[in-house]
Design a protein around this ligand. Structure first.
Ligand code: PMP
Length: 307
């Protein structure tokens, strides 16, 4: 059960029960919205809540709005301030998930983006694991990833998540933990709600931003950590489906998923079926970074409470 008490709604913080919309809301009917998923991590050492990559998420929200003709009346700085204010009101002392959402609030029966009223809301709730296991077994989905020319894949568009939900559902119903989704060109794109990396011969490989992926913030973080901390080369290039089967290691990364080693794909063990050395190192390093324990990356963590 969600444990949050408030939401930022119609320009102010209100009790969560008051943050409701009409059934006529355009976004509810047509999926005309865009959103972010942000994590805050509780640091027991510091007795502090640290929001990870807050600015980067709010910048991406602005880019999604730009692509989708949506009006966001708050600057990135204002969005960050709203987030901090809401989290302080909630007085969370645990890991949290933060959800800003821009949506077409207009009641019009109108399938378009222009000339309709937009609204912004933000809420946060206590949150643990998104994928509830330390390692995952994945399948290649029979669903294809939405093409950038169908629903812009680099915009985190609400309606696009029908695609993610179908892929995830198929994977779960077939006994897997997560889906790997191919693009319309038949090459690997990403997971239902995470980006994907493989390791081959000591090189990290991930599909390029032109492979219909979301421009993942964790993907960027992994790239930087791999370069600066692990000294590993990273190549962005298309990945064939069968390359997944011969990879030494593979992992998902995302705000929700964090770094999740994949130990099996389409019933073939990845490497020796155990967490590989690169994935293992990244899991540990990421866990330290997000809780503010690595001074060089401390600027990625925004403290919520005044100390
Ligand atoms: N791809 C999709 C489709 C997603 O929903 C997410 C989660 N936001 C990601 C990738 C990972 O992005 P990020 O690291 O910015 O959370």
């Amino acid at each position: 059960m969600p444990n949050n008490r408030f939401a930022f709604f119609n320009g102010e913080i209100v009790p969560i029960e008051q943050a409701t919309v009409s059934v006529m809301t355009n976004a509810l009917n047509y999926g005309t919205g865009c959103f972010e998923g942000i994590r805050g991590y509780w640091s027991p050492e510091e007795s502090q809540l640290l929001v990870f990559q807050l600015r980067a998420h709010m910048e991406r929200l602005h880019r999604s709005c730009r692509i989708l003709y949506m009006q966001l009346p708050y600057s990135v700085d204002e969005l960050c301030a709203i987030t901090i204010e809401l989290l302080r009101r909630e007085e969370f002392r645990e890991d949290v998930y933060i959800r800003p959402l821009v949506y077409k609030s207009d009641p019009a029966i109108a399938v378009r983006m222009n000339g309709l009223t937009d609204a912004f809301t933000l809420f946060a709730l206590g949150f643990g694991q998104y994928i509830d296991a330390p390692t995952v077994r994945a399948c290649v989905s029979s669903w294809r990833r939405i093409d950038d020319n169908i629903i812009p894949s680099r915009a985190k568009a609400s309606g696009a998540y029908i695609n993610s939900a179908l892929a995830k559902t198929e994977a779960l119903l077939n006994g897997y933990d997560e889906a790997i989704v191919l693009g319309s060109d038949g090459q690997v794109s990403e997971a239902s709600a995470a980006n994907l990396f493989i390791v081959r011969g000591g090189t990290l490989i991930t599909p390029p931003l032109t492979s219909d992926v979301l421009e993942g913030i964790t993907r960027q973080v992994v790239a930087q950590l791999a370069r600066e901390r692990l000294g590993l080369p990273l190549v962005e290039r298309p990945i064939d489906r069968t390359e997944l089967y011969v990879a030494d290691e593979a992992f998902f990364c995302g705000t929700g998923a964090e770094i999740k080693p994949i130990i099996e794909i389409d019933r073939r063990a990845v490497g020796d079926g155990q967490v590989g050395p690169v994935s293992g190192q990244l899991v540990r390093l990421y866990a330290d970074v997000v809780r503010g324990r690595v001074p060089e990356y401390r600027q990625w963590c925004t403290p919520v409470y005044e100390r």
